[in-house]
Design a protein around this ligand. Structure first.
Ligand SMILES: NC(=O)C1=CN([C@@H]2O[C@H](COP(=O)(O)OP(=O)(O)OC[C@H]3O[C@@H](n4cnc5c(N)ncnc54)[C@H](OP(=O)(O)O)[C@@H]3O)[C@@H](O)[C@H]2O)[C@@H](O)CC1
Ligand SMILES: Nc1ncnc2c1ncn2[C@@H]1O[C@H](COP(=O)(O)OP(=O)(O)O)[C@@H](O)[C@H]1O
Ligand SMILES: [K+]
Length: 498
């Protein structure tokens, strides 16, 4: 699904009306019908609709009309200077007037009356501002938003909670706290940022009839990953395939006290479907882990010639899980980079050890995927964790452009980007927040790269599958561990590809 900005909305509006002649009022009516699908008129029998003067307000007036037609008790409040109604908002406003609807101008004088109505209604619909919010909210608008937040039993926000920037998710002075946000055509970029979480409630996105060609002309190459994407990106197994068809991957991982990371990363690659997986690690770790790994091969750093051959033969290599943030890890990365140009998936200590040596990535002839959590990205970029988490998409894009790597910024709504094309992952939950999960993700992504999935897509697909499994398991379990994910991988991938 395309992620949208306010600029895109206005470009698309213009293109729809000017280039192909769909009048704005038609789009608005489509938006109104789409919104009606999500307003629960079985429970909400009395509703206040609060409208601004722009097209978001126009949507609100249209929704009010349809609610009246359904027999709902509707009170409509218009906030602002009626002479400034947008063209389409005025059409819907005038229809309501002609229908003798209960419509009032909400100003300082009747604010108390409005508050009383808000508190006595089953729900309020916020149609004050959508993508056109430009400056901080003050005066009567601020008071109305405060009143809705205080008095409304249930709040629907139309397109955006009024007060949140649709591009950044930042609160412009004050914002509606919605129970449900009904957004049109795109998942608004601001709703992805963590700052929106307190305000947006459940988010639904409805198509309103924008032709595909127009959306493709104006989008910013930012998407939410969907199940259908994964099935396009992952290679199907064909009748006469053999293990050579599914890639040879190698996992450099583990050190004293961190044998689990090595096991998890290697076993995740096995269960994702790699043809051949080899774990390369310290002798001590090899002795521990080889007993658990039935399908993967193991090799110790001491077997120098064998390590060299394994590197050269690999289709994709993971480096970092449990290796320790030290010069040894960096020298392993160096050694790998000198001998191959296959895709490298670098996680954990691999990322930390590269922080001071970013030039290595730029000079590497193959693709590099870095999978930092915000702490690791903070070390890599020098930005604080709070700065990273308050602007996740742009920070990840910037890091990708400066390092030359594909960046997978972990956490809720993981961001995957090469700096130009960006995917935001919709799956996963906090039951996954425990040690070993990142190692598991590294194994999955490396395996997909080895099978021939394009690295950016492998990273986005890996994050999707990883979170998809956690979402299923967490319905029955309080916590989801990497071993739970590993066991479910073959079933989940089959389900997703079906
Ligand atoms: N193609 C689509 O996707 C479709 C989009 N549609 C809908 O249109 C919405 C976008 O409509 P829009 O562009 O008219 O902007 P909108 O959000 O109503 O805000 C502008 C109004 O707010 C005012 N205003 C702004 N900031 C303010 C502030 N801080 N404090 C006070 N006032 C402020 C501004 O006043 P002004 O700045 O002119 O003084 C103006 O009156 C979109 O979110 C969706 O709901 C659908 O109808 C169908 C097709
Ligand atoms: N609240 C959450 N919502 C969605 N995904 C999460 C959440 N918390 C953690 N995850 C996912 O779990 C994984 C944790 O990885 P990481 O932080 O590297 O853990 P570890 O270092 O223990 O392996 C990441 O893929 C992350 O996106
Ligand atoms: K709104």
């Amino acid at each position: 699904m395309i992620i949208g900005t306010s600029n895109m909305t206005s470009n698309i509006d213009n293109a729809c009306s000017n280039d192909i002649g769909i009048p704005m009022i038609v789009m608005m009516e489509n938006a109104v019908h789409a919104a009606m699908k999500h307003i629960d008129t079985k429970i909400h029998k009395s509703i206040c609709v609060i409208c601004g003067m722009g097209n978001n307000g126009g949507d609100g007036f249209g929704i009010a009309r349809h609610l009246i037609l359904k027999g709902i008790d509707v009170k409509i409040f218009a906030v602002g200077n009626i002479n400034k109604l947008s063209e389409c908002a005025k059409i819907n406003f005038d229809i309501l007037k002609n229908m003798d609807a209960d419509i009032k101008i909400l100003d300082e004088i009747n604010l108390e009356y409005a508050k009383d109505r808000f508190s006595k209604s089953d729900a309020c619909i916020d149609a004050l501002f959508g993508t056109g919010l430009k400056r901080n909210i003050e005066g009567i608008y601020r008071k109305v938003i405060e009143a809705i937040n205080e008095k409304s039993a249930y709040t629907y926000a139309i397109d955006m909670p009024s007060g949140l920037s649709s591009d950044t998710g930042k609160v412009m002075g004050i914002s509606i706290k919605a129970d449900k946000t009904i957004s049109f055509e795109f998942y608004k970029r601001g709703l992805i940022e963590y700052s929106s979480d307190e305000y947006k409630g459940e988010v639904v996105v409805e198509k309103i009839g924008v032709p595909k060609e127009i959306k493709e002309k104006f989008h910013n190459y930012e998407f939410i990953t969907e199940k259908e994407d994964i099935s396009k990106w992952i290679k199907r197994r064909k009748k006469n395939d053999h293990k050579g068809s599914y890639g040879k991957v190698t996992v450099f991982a583990g050190s004293s006290g961190f044998s689990g990371a090595a096991y998890i990363a290697a076993q995740s690659a096995v269960k994702t479907g790699s043809g051949l997986v080899t774990l390369v690690t310290e002798k001590e770790i090899q002795d521990i882990v080889s007993r658990k790994l039935s399908e993967a091969m193991t090799c110790s750093y001491d077997e120098k010639n064998r390590v060299e051959k394994i590197i050269c033969d690999s289709d994709a290599i993971a480096v970092g899980p449990g290796m320790g943030n030290n010069s040894k890890t960096l020298s392993k990365i160096n050694e790998i980079m000198e001998k191959t140009s296959s895709t490298l998936v670098i996680d954990a200590d691999g990322i930390n050890s590269l922080s001071e040596n970013l030039k290595l990535i730029k000079d590497y002839p193959g693709k590099v995927i870095l999978t930092p959590h915000p702490g690791e990205l903070s070390r890599l970029t020098g930005k604080s964790i709070s700065d990273i988490n308050s602007n996740r998409i742009d920070t990840a894009k910037e890091a990708a452009r400066t390092t030359g790597a594909i960046i997978l910024l972990k956490g809720n709504r993981t961001v995957i980007t090469d700096g130009y094309n960006t995917f935001v992952n919709p799956t996963g939950n906090s039951a996954m927040a425990n040690g070993g999960m990142g190692d598991c993700l590294t194994g999955i992504i490396t395996s997909l790269c080895g099978m021939g999935t394009e690295p950016l897509h492998a990273a986005a697909a890996g994050a999707y599958i990883h979170g998809y499994i956690a979402d299923i398991i967490s319905e029955k379990q309080f916590v989801v561990n990497a071993s739970d994910i590993i066991n479910y991988l073959p079933v989940a991938i089959k389900e997703i590809l079906r």
